[in-house]
Ligand binder design. Structure first.
Ligand SMILES: C[S@@+](CC[C@H](N)C(=O)[O-])C[C@H]1O[C@@H](n2cnc3c(N)ncnc32)[C@H](O)[C@@H]1O
Length: 294
């Protein structure tokens, strides 16, 4: 990889894509496991999953045996991903007892029971959060990035961070560095400092665990390409759908709670959408099949 990087070459997972004239989005109110039964093999470029963790945050967050439930969708990930596909799973390490789940259990399960490969554990670090008196206040959550093969799609250039002017000038004078790469900016690393949505954030639409568009955008831009298919089957307020339309990707949103439709509509009204798009709510099987066509 380093040699490819120095020579300015392309990684073997590089995909030639065309910018689509229109992208499509489907919204489905359904249980994640029964949705997955409709999904063909090798059909999804990017899965963005922010599942429940059995922490009793809401009515959808209670399971008698978390991992027994989670296995049903974890076992499907490798099947539905395209060979160059990516899957990110949000979560934290907040183990309470054997009945509860957390990302550590999910990662342990995938390491031992699946063929998925862990590429990065991203630490999402934020300054705003709950106070604590008996332990250090929590200021991070994790995003585990898995792939189906080692030929996964990754567009680092799409998410590089520009250097500030003084640093850029200094690095451009440094003869050991490639000026083209310096101008592109730096790898953002695997610790992402991005604020959580406050109660009064403009993006907020009323979902208790709504994710900021900024964090979903970095994932969508790096791990999928224009015209490819992004799926989120724990869609909540539909943040993944908004970002996918903004970034010219097709998207399927699924949630067992029908408030997804209203929340997505509210987020859409608050967001700027520049590309041409079509939205199908409750798509027919025939409409859905078109999303999976390669
Ligand atoms: C952590 S939230 C996702 C929030 C979302 N990332 C956002 O930005 O708004 C988890 C979501 O999973 C949904 N959910 C829970 N169990 C489900 C199931 N069995 N099938 C589909 N969705 C489910 C819940 O309704 C909830 O909206």
């Amino acid at each position: 990889m380093n040699k490819i990087h120095r020579d300015g070459g392309r990684h073997k997972s590089y995909v030639e894509y065309e910018i689509p004239e229109q992208v499509n989005l489907a919204i489905i109110t359904k249980d994640a496991v029964s949705f997955l039964e409709q999904v063909p093999d090798d059909s999804i470029q990017l899965l963005i999953l922010d599942p429940p963790y059995n922490l009793d945050i809401a009515t959808w967050d209670t399971y008698d045996n978390y991992i027994k439930w989670a296995k049903q969708w974890l076992d499907e990930i490798a099947r539905v991903l395209r060979p160059g596909g990516n899957c990110v799973i949000f979560g934290g390490f907040q183990f309470q007892d054997v009945k509860n789940g957390d990302l550590l259990e999910v990662m342990h399960y995938l390491r031992h029971e699946s063929k998925l490969r862990l590429v990065n554990l991203i630490i999402w670090n934020y300054k705003n959060g709950m106070s604590a008196h008996r332990f250090f206040a929590n200021r991070h959550e994790e995003i585990a990035w898995f792939t189906k093969t080692d030929k996964y799609y990754f567009d680092l250039d799409a998410v590089r961070e520009k250097f500030d002017e003084a640093t850029l000038e200094m690095y451009l004078r440094d003869k050991r560095l490639n000026p083209e790469n310096v101008r592109k900016g730096k790898n953002p690393g695997n610790v992402w400092q991005m604020g959580r949505l406050n109660g009064n954030s403009l993006e907020r639409v009323g979902h208790p665990t709504q994710k900021p568009q900024e964090i979903i955008r970095r994932i969508v831009k790096a791990l999928s390409y224009p015209g490819s298919l992004v799926v989120d089957f724990f869609a909540g307020s539909g943040t993944t759908g908004i970002v996918s339309l903004q970034e010219n990707r097709n998207c399927i949103l699924v949630d067992s709670d029908k408030s997804l439709v209203e929340m997505f509509e509210l987020q859409k009204q608050k967001s700027k959408l520049e590309h041409k798009y079509k939205i199908s709510i409750k798509p027919t099987q025939k409409e859905l099949d078109k999303f999976f066509m390669k």
